[in-house]
Ligand binder design. Structure first.
Ligand SMILES: *C/C=C(C)/C=C/C=C(C)/C=C/C1=C(C)CCCC1(C)C
Length: 213
């Protein structure tokens, strides 16, 4: 994450002026993640997963809206609804994963996870065929291609996270078989891999679009 940050900041000076903000945001995303991984490293294995989960969601609530900013910088549309959907996705995910606000009793992880999933599908739909997709199409081939690549990250790369959630919250749930397949420690591995793919991948897609324009 730190290496990616240094890379994104250094190529910032090599791209056309109109791409500088996009590269700055790419570097902020991996930089914020690097900082939180430093904290998470200290919190891992000390027996209180709650702290680890809190650091993770603090990271996500900062970096995922910044990923929405990347879409906005490409397409100049949809910023507030993309950010709103991402915040709903993450806050409800946190309720389910950290067992706060367990208002649905033992079904709470499943219900919060479902609401989070709906917000996630809203984002996918925006980028696939909603306003963001339409604006990207209008903005020309290069932006449209970048949007299509980012859509793949949102569908495949972001799709990794619900798996971590199902494993992490499986205890005593009807989907407890998820945790029987792998150890619940797999949750953190899955989230780590997801973060590396998505945060670095997003920046690379933007850089690829920026460098040949
Ligand atoms: C850099 C961090 C990123 C890109 C984090 C993305 C996180 C998600 C797409 C999380 C999604 C979730 C669901 C769709 C349902 C279950 C709860 C979450 C929060 C794990």
């Amino acid at each position: 994450m730190l290496g990616a940050t240094l890379f994104f900041f250094s190529v910032m000076n090599m791209v056309d002026d109109k791409w500088k903000t996009s590269m700055l945001v790419a570097g902020l995303i991996t930089g914020i993640a690097a900082l939180h991984y430093y904290y998470m490293r200290g919190a891992a294995g000390v027996g209180d997963d709650g702290v680890l989960t809190a650091y993770r969601y603090v990271d996500w609530i900062l970096t995922v809206p910044l990923m929405c900013v990347e879409f906005y910088l490409l397409t100049k549309t949809g910023l507030s609804k993309m950010i709103t959907a991402s915040v709903v996705m993450l806050v409800t995910g946190y309720f389910g994963e950290a067992s706060v606000l367990s208002v649905f009793g033992s079904a709470s992880p499943a219900v919060w996870g479902l609401i989070s999933g709906l917000a996630y599908f809203y984002i996918v739909n925006e980028v696939y065929q909603g306003d963001v997709a339409k604006a990207a199409k209008k903005a020309g081939k290069k932006i449209e291609n970048a949007n299509t690549l980012l859509l793949r990250f949102v569908v495949i790369g972001w799709g990794i996270y619900p798996l971590g959630y199902l494993i992490g919250t499986a205890d005593g749930q009807w989907y407890s078989f998820m945790a029987d397949l792998v150890s619940t420690d797999a949750r953190d591995l899955i989230y780590n891999v997801g973060d590396a793919i998505n945060k670095i991948g997003f920046g690379l897609v933007v850089w690829a679009a920026a460098k040949d324009s």
